[in-house]
Design a protein around this ligand. Structure first.
Ligand SMILES: C[S@@+](CC[C@H](N)C(=O)[O-])C[C@H]1O[C@@H](n2cnc3c(N)ncnc32)[C@H](O)[C@@H]1O
Length: 274
């Protein structure tokens, strides 16, 4: 989140200076349910408040839609709202616009909001979850193609990589189409997601390591009760670290942060702006 902060601020600044909305309508997709859920809103409010003071503008109102899947524990988030409002009142005093927090449960692979109703759509570490497990992960004879893995792994056969990639393209097309209909003209979107470096040989890819390790652990546990193949097939999940697609690069400013997962050091970070 801290690495994404300069991009968030730059995006908000552009958005605010373009239109000076009376009420900024925002959405966080895949908001989850922890004390961190409201951190993004606090950052947005602080930044817009500082910017409008510099420009001597009246404080705007904020409406924040928190989205996650239907089974997300929104009640936990709701319980944090009174202290969030209280802290805002204490720190900002009367000289501050009102803030309204709303939940919008639903699947972000489809429409969530009315046409042209949002100024800013944000999502952090959520869009790399696919809408479902790819359908075609079994051979013509019905045997599992991704045997022994719970997700796309370095040793998964090519056909499994293709199945995940096809689903990624389908999901992202629907996701971007839906969001483009929901944004007001001149609105902005910002998504932070895990990806992989397309030029790295899959066998040397480090992003898969975490999930492969989890898969190996589950497999070992399941082997103990001789349910290996059945269980691991059922556990195949919908997680995909995608390479940036060329089509997306044309549409958006994409910033890539390369990270060495095996031995993270400060000098391993590089940011590219395209
Ligand atoms: C790793 S959490 C990210 C939480 C938070 N945004 C953050 O950055 O700390 C991913 C969240 O995305 C949600 N999610 C995954 N697929 C989704 C979908 N199709 N529609 C809505 N939410 C989804 C999950 O339920 C989960 O709460």
């Amino acid at each position: 989140m801290s690495r994404a902060k300069p991009v968030l601020q730059e995006t908000l600044r552009e958005l605010y200076l373009d239109s000076f909305p009376e009420c900024l309508k925002l959405a966080d997709l895949g908001c989850s349910s922890s004390p961190n859920t409201l951190l993004l809103l606090r950052e947005i409010i602080d930044y817009i408040d500082a910017t409008r003071k510099q420009l001597n503008k009246k404080e705007p109102m904020f409406q924040m839609f928190l989205n996650d899947l239907f089974h997300n524990d929104f009640n936990t988030v709701f319980k944090l709202i009174p202290s969030f409002y209280e802290e805002l009142r204490r720190e900002k005093g009367g000289d501050f616009g009102q803030c309204f927090i709303v939940a919008m449960p639903g699947n972000f692979y489809g429409r969530l909001f009315p046409d042209h109703s949002l100024h800013f759509i944000h999502s952090s570490y959520s869009v790399h979850w696919r809408s479902q497990v790819p359908a075609n992960l079994v051979s013509e004879l019905g045997s599992p193609l991704n045997k022994g893995h719970i997700c796309l792994a370095r040793t998964s056969p090519r056909s499994v990589h293709e199945a995940y990639l096809d689903l990624f393209k389908m999901d992202m097309t629907l996701f971007l189409k839906s969001r483009s209909e929901e944004l007001v003209p001149g609105g902005r979107m910002m998504f932070t997601m895990i990806g992989r470096n397309a030029s790295v040989n899959l066998l040397e890819d480090q992003v898969s390591n975490i999930w492969e390790l989890l898969g190996m652990t589950i497999s070992d546990m399941v082997k103990e009760v001789l349910l290996y193949t059945i269980f691991v097939c059922l556990c195949t999940n919908a997680y995909l670290c995608a390479c940036p697609l060329n089509a997306l690069c044309e549409l958006f400013r994409i910033r890539l942060t390369l990270f060495d997962w095996c031995s993270p050091k400060k000098e391993d970070y590089k940011i590219f702006i395209t």
